[in-house]
Design a protein around this ligand. Structure first.
Ligand code: ATP
Ligand code: MG
Length: 552
């Protein structure tokens, strides 16, 4: 991907608007509904909205689209704010659609006064029955011709709480034969006797999405209101309300939402995973939520880079989860501290090493010298990975086997002499000899060995729980499969290793530290850690198919 990127279509629109002097500066908004946690899809919208304002010297509002009292909650409001800040963005104003309830009510009254809205007593099934189909025009409701005075009185009574839920609605009077079904007298207010997380019990009528969204944009003088493609049919209605109400002309532009493989992205589905305990909460590291990615060890920079790489387009597509992982590895490869941890330990005994001696060896913390060095304790007994030893070596096996030599990372070359098995045939101890003078820079260091393995000095080791996370779903697009999407959950999405062996420097790990467990992947501390028991999450493995492809 080249450094010099061409403009995407929304940038082109903004540049043309600014060049034509249509606006002095632009105002965008990010409008989440506080009914769940933000997911990776939202980050595309966040990067786009905040990114445009930053690039063109405008501003971005954070507006909570909180017009549905039943599903919304302040817990979600707080998490959304945390996640946006974590991603690295600051909003100019924190606003709530519910703050506009009085204005929106006045707007509805204005439409009634203009003869452009009416109170309908029909039940929802009756309204649906008269709506027609895309190929057949709808029919007028029997209440469509109510007088303005009657409509004003009834709407006011709806507001006063005179009617029960569903007894009446307010509808815009547009065109029952429009080819756009949304223009067939859409409902703009409904009765809902429900407590709202901000307005409490003040209201028992609530505006519908279409009546709240565009008008909120207009109130805030949003110049470019950016949403996802499914809102294309809503644009006609968006413009109709603005025109009839004679308010600031915000404009809506649509881009393709982010879809990603091996996950689901709708908040409704994510909520099911949480409520039915398929995962351990919204911030479970397997969740595609920003809080899940954060807990898993993702960096905000890698997510921003990812959003930049996928670009802004007008056509829907699926992005491979590996691209996000690739962006993360690119960053962690440069920044993660290199340490040694043994996930499936077996003992290695160096028979010719003095058991009373402990050496302090120096090891690099990172891929280059800028990250400094640390001391590693070394002695007669070490832990190594069970998978690094083969009793009967396969072809091209460069790790430990009877008679074979390997280098112990940052330490000596050893040659394997023998091994011990228990009654079950399980290898319990591997014996070897070290070759003196084979540490880096020493006289025998040029002895050629093909394999290097990691290890931890048994006398100075600590233990930790290590959680290995994998894709949450077994199939690329669980939402598109027949049947319940939850049938496609990957049963191996979490593997817990209770007693992994870690080098003692990890006892000082902090929540913001990022590690590469050499040869094992990238890891970070989990919030479940206590001073007596550290827990590490695998953020991402070291390699995958995608990285091979792009390096070719
Ligand atoms: P969901 O369908 O997951 O419930 P939503 O669209 O209802 O999502 P909102 O809280 O309304 O969620 O979204 C806030 C903003 O984020 C909207 O402008 C929406 O278009 C955008 N957004 C939501 N999902 C995606 C996505 N997958 N890709 C890009 N933008 C998205
Ligand atoms: Mg929405």
């Amino acid at each position: 991907m080249s450094e010099e990127k061409s403009l995407h279509f929304i940038e082109e629109i903004v540049e043309a608007d600014l060049a034509a002097g249509k606006y002095k500066s632009i105002i965008t908004r990010f409008p989440p509904e506080p009914n769940g946690y933000l997911h990776i899809g939202h980050s595309k919208s966040i990067c786009l909205n905040f990114g445009l304002a930053a690039k063109y010297g405008g501003s971005t509002n954070l507006r909570f689209d909180d017009t549905n009292p039943v599903t919304e909650d302040t817990e979600y409001v707080e998490s959304i704010k945390d996640d946006i800040r974590w991603l690295g963005f600051n909003w100019s104003n924190e606003l709530y659609a519910s703050d506009y309830f009085d204005t929106l009510y006045q707007y509805a009254v204005k439409l009634i006064e203009k003869g452009l809205a009416y109170v309908d007593d029909s039940q929802s099934e009756e309204i649906a029955a008269l709506k027609g189909t895309p190929t057949e025009p709808g029919k007028d409701s029997p209440f469509r011709s109510r007088s303005i005075e009657e409509n004003l009185r009834l709407f006011s009574e709806m507001k006063e709480g005179k009617y029960k839920d569903g007894e009446k609605v307010l509808r815009a009077k547009i065109d029952m034969s429009s080819t756009n079904m949304l223009m067939r007298d859409p409902i703009i207010y409904r009765i809902k006797h429900a407590h709202h997380h901000r307005t409490g019990d003040k209201w028992c009528i609530y505006p519908m999405y279409d009546f709240a969204h565009g008008q909120s944009d207009s109130i805030e003088q949003i110049t470019h209101s950016i949403c996802t493609l499914e809102f294309i049919p809503h644009r006609e209605l968006y413009d109709w309300f603005i025109e009839k109400l004679e308010i600031f002309p915000s404009h809506q532009y649509e881009f393709a939402r982010l879809n990603m493989t091996y996950t689901v992205m709708s908040k409704r589905k994510l909520l099911q995973l949480v409520n039915e305990n398929h995962v351990n909460g919204w911030d479970d590291p397997r969740m595609p939520t920003l809080s899940g990615f954060r807990r898993k060890g993702y960096t905000p920079g890698s997510i921003r880079t990812f959003c930049d790489k996928i670009g802004v387009a007008k056509r829907e597509n699926f992005i491979d989860l590996s691209l996000l992982e690739f962006c993360l590895r690119e960053e962690l490869n440069k920044t993660a501290l290199r340490v040694m941890a043994v996930l499936d330990p077996v003992k290695l005994v160096i028979d010719n090493y003095d058991e009373t001696v402990t050496e302090e060896l120096t090891s690099e913390n990172g891929p280059d010298e800028s990250m400094g060095t640390r001391t590693l304790s070394f002695g007669k007994e070490l832990w190594i990975e069970r998978e690094d030893f083969m009793e009967v070596p396969a072809k091209k096996w460069f790790r430990l086997a009877p008679g074979a030599m390997v280098r112990l990372k940052s330490a000596y070359i050893v040659e394997c002499d023998s091994f011990v098995k228990d009654a079950d045939g399980q290898v319990t101890e591997i014996h070897c000899r070290y070759i003196p003078g084979t540490r880096s820079g020493e006289e025998n260091s040029n002895i050629q060995v093909k394999g290097t393995i990691h290890w931890v000095h048994a006398a100075n080791a600590a233990t930790a729980e290590v959680r290995l996370y994998d894709r949450l779903f077994k199939v690329e697009n669980p939402a598109a499969e027949e049947g319940d999407f939850k049938e496609f959950l990957n049963p191996e999405s979490l593997v817990v290793i209770k007693d992994a062996i870690i080098e003692s420097s990890l006892l000082k790990a902090g929540m913001d530290d990022r590690y590469q467990f050499i040869r094992k992947g990238y890891f970070c501390l989990d919030k479940d850690s206590t001073p007596g028991k550290l827990v590490f999450n695998r953020t991402v493995t070291l390699k995958d198919a995608w990285s091979k492809e792009v390096k070719k």
